[in-house]
Ligand binder design. Structure first.
Ligand code: HEM
Length: 153
């Protein structure tokens, strides 16, 4: 049991690193440079390719966060947890919903717009995706702090 909980904490932490760290890199480093250096016909297919690869890892991270999080909560804590865990679950629910929306709506439209070289439409979709990623980045950073430091309060 202890080993299963230890493994769950490790996977939970790794999933956090992948999802939140990936959003940080995409938003803070990749996007500003790509936007200032590349024109839309190069920039939009590049960003689509980057996001396509990253989002596969986000799906895996979400599955791991919920699977391991519930396992720690129910198995390790017997369902009795501090407010920080409830806060984490609530924010994770919002983040997951935002990602599912992003995947099925603006990202699907971005793929179609890039395929038909409709650059203004693709640019608008990418701008929407950027807003959602920024929101999830802020929420993800708050959640990571709650998960790591919340137990001390
Ligand atoms: C965006 C989603 C999430 C992020 C970024 C996140 C982040 C974290 C982090 C950084 C920790 C500390 C891990 C450590 O110290 O090694 C943690 C702990 C934990 N998380 Fe999450 N988490 C998320 C979602 C969830 C979900 C969905 C659940 C439950 C369903 C959950 C339940 C827990 C529990 C029970 C702990 C242990 C808290 C403690 O020991 O006091 N988390 N989380």
């Amino acid at each position: 049991m202890t080993q299963a909980i230890a493994l769950s904490y490790a996977l939970h932490q790794l999933a956090t690193v992948v999802w939140v760290g990936g959003m940080f890199f995409a938003h803070m480093a990749l996007r500003p440079v790509v936007s200032s250096v590349l024109e839309p016909p190069l920039r939009l297919p590049l960003m689509l390719g980057v996001l396509r690869r990253f989002f596969r890892w986000v799906w895996l991270s979400i599955a791991l966060l919920w699977g391991t999080g519930l396992w720690i909560f129910l198995g390790g804590m017997g369902g009795k947890a501090g407010g920080h865990v409830h806060l984490m679950m609530a924010i994770a629910l919002v983040m997951t919903a935002l990602f599912v929306y992003l995947w099925f709506v603006p990202f699907r439209h971005l793929k179609a717009a890039v395929a038909s070289t409709a650059w203004p439409a693709a640019g608008a979709r990418l701008a929407r995706i950027r807003q959602i990623i920024l929101t999830n980045l802020i929420l993800g950073l708050i959640t990571a702090v709650a998960g790591a430091a919340g137990r001390f309060f």
